[in-house]
Design a protein around this ligand. Structure first.
Ligand SMILES: [Zn+2]
Length: 179
């Protein structure tokens, strides 16, 4: 999960996860990926922020109910990005110049896992400035890239097959209905 775009892709997937029906293995994968999301390497390089979740509920301690609450937060931000959201646990400090080799300045963001995650989400939105669409074929939310209309190749193919069938039916009314 190196680039901001990949992190946003991950969030979009996460928002649409059917958490109550996740298998045990999938939940474990989710926890791993969630923890990886906080890995500071690229965040330091790109945003200049080192996320420091507080000890009482680290990313790898999140359970289904915590993830559910987070989904709700993310959805509400996407639904109304202009609305103010309180991230009350956060505090910041600057790391003085010269102490970090690969970046001139660095901010420590310290707070609850939830607040730090949402803070990073805001930053990712600001950096990527993405458009979100619902796929007209399957209804899934996705990030629009290069004027793509569908969420993926599968839905784009499905839609083009449907268009083709429709055309066939128009030009050839005998075209069988089992297409
Ligand atoms: Zn789709």
């Amino acid at each position: 999960m190196e680039s901001p775009a990949k992190r946003l892709d991950w969030i979009v997937e996460f928002i649409q996860m059917d958490l109550p029906n996740l298998r045990r293995g999938d939940l474990l994968n989710l926890k791993d990926e969630f923890e990886e999301f906080f890995s500071p390497d690229s965040l330091i390089r790109i945003i200049g922020i080192r996320p420091v979740p507080l000890a009482q509920l680290m990313p790898n301690q999140f359970e289904e109910s915590d993830f559910k609450a987070l989904q709700k937060d993310l959805k509400s931000i996407l639904k109304d990005p202009g609305k103010q959201k309180k991230l009350s646990s956060l505090s910041f400090s600057m790391i003085p110049k010269g102490q970090i080799i690969d970046r001139p300045t660095l901010v420590h963001a310290i707070g609850s896992t939830r607040d730090i995650f949402l803070l990073l989400f805001y930053f990712l939105l600001a950096i990527e400035n993405p458009d979100f669409e619902h796929c007209p074929e399957c209804g899934r939310l996705f990030l629009v890239r290069r004027r793509k209309k569908y969420c993926g190749r599968r839905c784009a193919n499905l839609a083009s097959v449907k268009r083709w069938n429709k055309k066939q039916q128009k030009t050839n009314p005998d075209f069988s209905k089992d297409h």
